[in-house]
Design a protein around this ligand. Structure first.
Ligand SMILES: [Zn+2]
Length: 100
């Protein structure tokens, strides 16, 4: 990924084993700018940086085991909800297809 300074930012990973957490982000070797952090707990994405707001990095820095589990629980519920919506959309599209 290209950094704002024009150099190439490469991916980095930091791990916090006690929380089963991993943070992936881009870091520029020239200006040290860090961006696009994504936080994983038990290999499920739980938080991502959004633009200039470093949600994932801040959460990782202050992560505790209970907090990690809480984020994981929320992420799983979100995935389940998305799964239900996808299934409803699929059914609706299938039903509409028969109306043509
Ligand atoms: Zn840079």
């Amino acid at each position: 990924m290209q950094c704002m300074c024009g150099d190439i930012a490469s991916t980095k990973t930091v791990v916090r084993k006690a929380c089963a957490a991993e943070l992936d982000f881009y870091e520029c070797r020239t200006c040290a700018r860090v961006s696009d952090g994504v936080l994983y707990v038990e290999e499920i994405e739980v938080l991502a940086d959004a633009g200039m707001v470093a949600h994932a990095r801040l959460a990782f820095n202050e992560l505790t085991s209970p907090k990690a589990q809480q984020l994981l629980e929320l992420a799983k519920r979100k995935l389940e909800a998305q799964g239900r919506i996808n299934e409803e959309m699929r059914l609706e599209i299938a039903q509409n297809a028969f109306d043509f």
